[in-house]
Design a binder for this molecule. Sequence first.
Ligand code: COA
Length: 149
Amino acid sequence: MNKPNNPARFLIREVSWQQAQAELREIRSCVFVEEQLVPAHLEWDGYDENAIHLLALSSAGHAIGCARILEKGTIGRMAVLKNYRGQGVGRALLEQAIQCCRERGLNSITLSAQTHAIPFYQRSGFVIYSDEYMDAEIPHRDMQLKLSI
Ligand code: COA
């Protein structure tokens, strides 16, 4: 059965902050700042300009999800707009982010997972390696994926 905002087909595009700042800001403001109440000064942390960004676009061309990859292989800022969740967009973003790290010759990827999303990352092979801690008043644990060379 189709969901109300079923993206039907979507594509993931690798973009720079300079190319897609407006779309990336829109999604992250919506998901992290408004929905999850992450303070704006923590969300806009100064790492965006030099990061690799992934943008998910619906078949109608709307930006519906995003992810960020930092130089040393840290994935973060993984977000899908509420109406488009549960349809594989997050999985596609994560798989492409992993692929992006492989292509850059990295041998491991780390991320700071909100605890509710741990099963989502475990499905792609990430394992927990820290105790729980609070960041922006949200419980997190660090996870890692070792990439075989
Ligand atoms: N908890 C447990 N499992 C989850 C989950 C969650 N919060 N979100 C997704 N999954 C599971 C899905 O059930 C699905 O499982 P399946 O492959 O067995 O069907 C799988 O993970 C992939 O789901 P998918 O539809 O690709 O994910 P999504 O498009 O809904 O995106 C998030 C997942 C986490 C990016 C999305 O829920 C989101 O933007 N959440 C708010 C922001 C957030 O918390 N980001 C993560 C910060 S660490």
